[in-house]
Design a protein around this ligand. Structure first.
Ligand SMILES: NC(=O)c1ccc[n+]([C@@H]2O[C@H](COP(=O)([O-])OP(=O)(O)OC[C@H]3O[C@@H](n4cnc5c(N)ncnc54)[C@H](OP(=O)(O)O)[C@@H]3O)[C@@H](O)[C@H]2O)c1
Length: 312
């Protein structure tokens, strides 16, 4: 990509899309095309086709999706399947028809089977069934990846897929009903400190292992792939750093300055014991994560106190 290439970031207002905007700007890319949901509804094929014909983006990052937690995913599988299929198909097909030079589709680790050997390697997609609670979302994401790889094979067009680990970062949602693991734990510790609570209670044994990537790191990896990778196989994006829930809580406790105790409620489930993306492929290409978990969480904590709290 040249610094003045026309680059469209679909979903630029979201957690991941906004990190791509920050990273492209930081790297000196000057010609970003951004359209609000109210200006371009990606569910509408006619609007999407017209947008590509008029704006002629050369490069596309697809960070637009209908995203949600376990409850809403399991209550509304039809909506999650339909909307994500529709957004992907409209974007990917119009991008192909309008000669986009490179298309980066963002998948999700939930595309891997529920019973996947760990760490999860790219070729393990579709070797078994995904987790039932978000099956509609996962199947739609798998279809998006496959459509990109078919386009790559059939038309020799450079449509690639990246599969990021769990992401966290600036712009995260701290609503206890809807937040992901890191903002949820941060919020619990912040509130416990404010209320002088003696303890913070967490679900499970705390031994489950997870991997998280800060969104600026994720965007850096995505742009790296756009500049350095062509192929029909997806590529995992992660830090290669595994952390147990109790270790994560201790990092958060230190950053927030909470003085009480962390209590594990072992009557509650742990979820999967270990769920980690194998990042051998991207590391062999020469990309390494540069933001440690501690640095990333400190950055998110600062953003929470300086921006998020003041906005409410
Ligand atoms: N968050 C993670 O941990 C994570 C990890 C791995 C991969 N990913 C992938 O990254 C992508 C983005 O996730 P995210 O967490 O950034 O989600 P997000 O914060 O909910 O952002 C989704 C974006 O898509 C836009 N969008 C949704 N429906 C649209 C439509 N019909 N027309 C136009 N725009 C629409 C949203 O705009 P509005 O808000 O205005 O509707 C928003 O900008 C997803 O594909 C996800 O699978 C995320």
């Amino acid at each position: 990509m040249k610094k003045n290439s026309r680059i469209y970031i679909a979903g630029h207002s979201g957690l991941v899309g906004s990190a791509f905007v920050r990273k492209f700007r930081e790297l000196g890319y000057t010609n970003l095309i951004l359209k609000k949901h109210s200006e371009l509804d990606l569910l509408n094929q006619g609007e999407v086709e017209e947008f590509f014909r008029n704006e002629k983006p050369e490069y596309v990052v697809d960070a637009a999706a209908k995203v949600g937690g376990i409850k809403v995913n399991s209550d509304e599988p039809a909506t999650f399947f339909y909307e994500n299929m529709q957004i992907e198909q409209n974007l990917i097909w119009s991008a192909y028809r309008n000669h986009v030079k490179k298309f980066l589709f963002l998948g999700s680790a939930c595309m891997y089977p529920k019973e996947c050997p760990q760490p999860m390697r790219e070729e393990m997609i579709l070797t078994n069934l995904p987790e039932i609670t978000n099956e509609g979302y996962a199947l739609a994401k798998i279809c998006g990846q496959r459509l990109c790889s078919y386009i790559y094979k059939q038309f020799n067009a450079d449509f690639i897929t990246a599969i990021p680990a769990n992401a966290y970062g600036i712009g995260d949602n701290f609503d206890p009903e809807r937040s992901h693991v890191i903002p949820a734990l941060l919020y619990k510790h912040i509130k416990a400190k404010e209320n002088n609570d003696k303890e913070v209670v967490l679900w499970g044994t705390g031994k489950a292992l997870r991997e998280f990537i800060e969104t600026d790191d994720l965007a850096d990896a995505g742009i790296f792939l756009m500049n350095n990778y062509s192929g029909e196989e997806p590529v995992n994006i992660g830090t290669g750093e595994e952390v147990s829930i109790i270790e994560l809580s201790n990092i958060i406790k230190k950053i927030t300055g909470y003085q009480g105790n962390i209590i594990m409620d072992t009557s509650k489930p742990d979820g999967m014991k270990r769920r980690i993306c194998d990042t051998t492929k991207i590391r062999k290409m020469g990309w390494e994560s540069t933001i440690s978990l501690e640095q990333g969480i400190k950055k998110l904590y600062d953003w929470y106190t300086n921006v998020y709290e003041l906005r409410r």
